[in-house]
Design a protein around this ligand. Structure first.
Ligand code: GLN
Ligand code: ZN
Length: 770
């Protein structure tokens, strides 16, 4: 086929769409069902209505082919487990009694039955339920959901393409079921799984699917030769089936790399590739393998993960290049639009000029359609769109929000010395010991105390205008008094103010920094019915006024013991926001770091002797490919040090991370040069302490001795036993005693006793040692 006819056939599509509905109707219906207020039938009808509205919106926008099967009551990986019959033994009875209730039991657990584990979907903030497989797993096809949704779309007159998680990715995302030997590799089940996929494909074909999409995002990660061989085998077998629809194998989030030649050679009819961000390298790699002769290419040129308008002219250039490399080129977003909010039109409070820079799912769909028109019919018919797009891009590029000369000058002037403390730890620790006068095995907490219903009510009243700022501040101060007085009575050594004023550890700071935008309705699914509204890093970042000094100083005025200042670190600020696409992430991180550095300086000047900078997202932000990790860790650790290194030697810098597995970032943790680090450790029996010790970590460590993810109250003996384990690895002079994480999700009743027990454990251990 000549490039010209490839263009004429060009279609537009997307891989998936937000599930929740314009007013989060799905969340309300599901939670209503859990509470018994919504019947299963009403829930089903709501879901069907939302799917119908989505398809109508997509087709109405001009999309040539709509996705089906991307809808989910909870998670599409869990749906895949149901589709292949991989229901864990402990949930089987519930699933047999009632499929829907059993499904939710797998997702959320039931009385005495643990749910499936949940983890992040690649490097997004979406979480999926991890399939549990073992040598005894028996797969069985259940295509009901996929076939049902396809039939719905077809009945409504749509050209529809079912989207499934591909078999290789499904197995690579799985873990050994409880009780299965650790060495078990789920990928060894491939031969058993493929017949199940074959059956589902045949069912979809029978229900009218011309094409079926198999998502294989796991192939954009570093894969072993064995895994690549398994991939080749999987698609050779699926390709060889006689009764099947045409297959479109999709990848996204990064370049396919060594998996690209494998899929290019596979007997499937099409590939969907991401051409945005780091995945833009797919363009070069595709040319290197000689393109996809005879295949359909679905080109993801509209970024499905950020909120910015597309550069339509640049995308058309990419698409024009691709025309020479495939039989037919279709236009799409890079990945499912699940990861962006629904519609910028809902943002009525946003400055209209700023709103024109933003594209949420609905706007991205329009961009995809426009690009497909431009590709098929030349730029003439879309000339008006192109010139409006050019004007919006120019307005963004030249805006005072995007570029603040003072911020840029300051960032450009940063030197290596700015990101290095004046004295080495060995000297700082002496000065800090003298200033703080803490006992051996000092006790502290991670920052937040229970967010009570009174606090939430106060916030709601303030939003509704029933409570003024002064009234709100009074309630916050009352809460701080409670928290300080409890900690003093309990005998904790380094106190916190409890973070009662923070609804969210990122949003609280984003609201106070210039250059950040907040949305009113920008909800994206985090997991199940939980949606978050990430703020948008829109422009150059600066801090107009101190953010935490008043609350910290107020808390300090109530006690003679040191009160820790509490900040969210620059990497976490980026990780849980939408980021800029017009400069390297490291530059944005540096700007945020400089703003936080000012906050650190103001806290120190106000007399704060201990300052904690939380970086729970340091590890989850690791790039998908190992080759990209050193570059990331370089700017990430520099941003942390830039935030913290301006302080005096006798000011103690803490950091906190909420995970027990960090083997791959041990060096980076050391590079932070924090005086004290607290980590999650209770569930893993202090394994982190051993790992840090084995790596020769030289500074102070607080491995958590109280598991705050459970309402269980640890006894003093239990905490002391964990502390004893910690002492086997870390010398007493460098060991802290603290919970695993903040206490905001817990209730006061448990927190009170647990912290008293934690202090008792520290005291008993000190006595035993002296
Ligand atoms: N300081 C925060 C808190 O205690 C840390 C939260 C976190 O690690 N995710 O809530
Ligand atoms: Zn934490």
């Amino acid at each position: 086929m000549t490039p010209k006819s490839a263009a004429a056939a060009s279609r537009s599509t997307v891989h998936g769409y937000p599930r929740q509905g314009p007013d989060r109707e799905l969340k309300k219906a599901i939670e209503g069902y859990w509470k018994g207020r919504v019947t299963a039938e009403a829930l089903r009808e709501t879901a069907e209505g939302l799917r119908r509205d989505n398809w109508r919106q997509l087709a109405g926008a001009g999309l040539g082919e709509v996705p089906t099967g991307d809808f989910s009551y909870y998670d599409h990986v869990l749906d895949t487990s149901v589709m292949v019959g991989a229901v864990p033994a402990r949930h089987r009875a519930a699933v047999e009694a009632d499929a829907l209730d059993g499904y939710f039991a797998m997702a959320r657990g039931a009385q005495d039955v643990a749910p499936l584990e949940m983890t992040k979907w690649f490097d997004t903030n979406y979480h999926y339920l991890v399939p549990e497989l073992g040598p005894d797993t028996v797969f069985r096809a259940d295509s009901a959901k996929q076939v049902g949704e396809l039939r719905e779309a077809v009945a409504l007159g749509h050209t529809a393409r079912p989207v499934l998680v591909g078999p290789v990715t499904y197995l690579l995302l799985a873990k050994p079921a409880p009780g299965v030997a650790v060495g078990f590799e789920p990928l060894t089940l491939l031969d058993r799984l493929l017949p199940v996929y074959a059956e589902v494909l045949a069912d979809l074909r029978a229900a009218g699917a011309e094409w079926v999409q198999l998502d294989e995002p796991a192939l954009v990660q570093d894969r072993t030769p064995a895994e690549l061989n398994a991939t080749a085998r999987a698609y050779r077998e699926l390709g060889a089936l006689t009764d099947r629809p045409r297959l479109l194998v999709a990848s996204y989030f990064d370049r396919l790399g060594e998996a690209l030649p494998v899929l290019a050679k596979a007997p499937v009819e099409g590939l969907a590739l991401d051409f945005t961000g780091p995945a833009a390298a797919n363009l070069r790699d595709l040319a290197a393998v000689g393109g996809l002769p005879g295949k359909r290419l679905v080109a993801g040129v509209v970024d499905g993960r950020n909120v910015w308008i597309n550069d339509l002219a640049a995308s058309l250039t990419t698409l024009a290049t691709l025309l020479g490399l495939a039989d037919r080129v279709d236009v799409s977003a890079s990945c499912s639009l699940l990861h962006v909010p629904l519609d910028t039109a809902a943002e009525r409070e946003l400055d209209p000029q700023l709103a024109r820079w933003l594209a949420f799912a609905r706007q991205k769909t329009d961009e995809v359609v426009t690009l497909a028109r431009g590709l098929a019919g030349g730029t003439g018919p879309i000339a008006a769109r192109l010139s409006a797009n050019r004007a919006d891009l120019a307005s963004r590029a030249s805006s005072a929000i995007t570029r603040d000369p003072a911020v840029r000058a300051r960032s450009a002037a940063v030197t290596a010395a700015d990101a290095r403390r004046d004295q080495p730890y060995a000297e700082r620790t002496v000065a800090q010991r003298e200033r703080l006068g803490l006992p051996l095995l000092p006790t502290t907490t991670i920052g937040s105390f229970p967010q009570t219903s009174e606090l939430r009510t106060a916030r709601a009243e303030r939003r509704a205008g029933r409570l003024d700022e002064a009234g709100y501040d009074k309630r916050i101060e009352a809460e701080i008094r409670e928290v300080i007085s409890f900690q003093e009575k309990a005998g904790i050594d380094v106190l916190v103010h409890g973070e009662p004023e923070r609804n969210d550890m990122v949003q609280y700071f984003a609201e106070q920094l210039t250059g950040y935008l907040a949305t009113g309705h920008g909800w994206v699914q985090s997991y199940g019915t939980r949606y978050v509204r990430p703020p948008i890093l829109a422009g150059d970042i600066s801090r107009p006024a101190p953010m935490t000094v008043a609350t910290t100083s107020y808390a300090q005025s109530l006690t003679g013991r040191p009160v820790k200042g509490m900040l969210t670190g620059p990497v976490t600020m980026l990780a849980w926001s939408f980021v800029r696409d017009d400069q390297p992430l490291g530059e944005t991180a540096r700007q945020v770091a400089l703003a936080l550095r000012d906050e650190v300086a103001d806290l120190e000047a106000a007399g704060t002797a201990v300052i904690q900078v939380d970086e729970p997202a340091l590890r989850e932000t690791l790039p998908l490919r190992a080759a990209d990790r050193p570059g990331y860790l370089e700017w990430a650790t520099e941003a942390f040090r830039l935030t913290t290194a301006g302080v005096r030697p006798d000011t103690q810098i803490h950091t906190h991370m909420c995970y027990a597995e960090f083997g791959d970032i041990l060096t980076a943790i050391d590079d932070l040069d924090a005086d004290v680090i607290s980590l999650e450790a209770a569930r893993s029996h202090m394994r982190v302490a051993d790992e840090l010790a084995a790596a020769g970590y030289p500074r102070e460590v607080g491995p958590g001795v109280y598991d705050i993810h459970s309402p269980r109250v640890p006894s003093a003996d239990e905490a002391a036993a964990l502390l004893g384990k910690g002492l086997e690895a870390i010398p007493a002079e460098r060991l802290w005693v603290n919970p695993d994480c903040g206490l905001k999700t817990r209730g006061w009743a448990e927190v009170r006793v647990s912290l008293e027990n934690l202090v008792a454990a520290a005291r008993a251990t000190r006595e035993r040692m002296s």
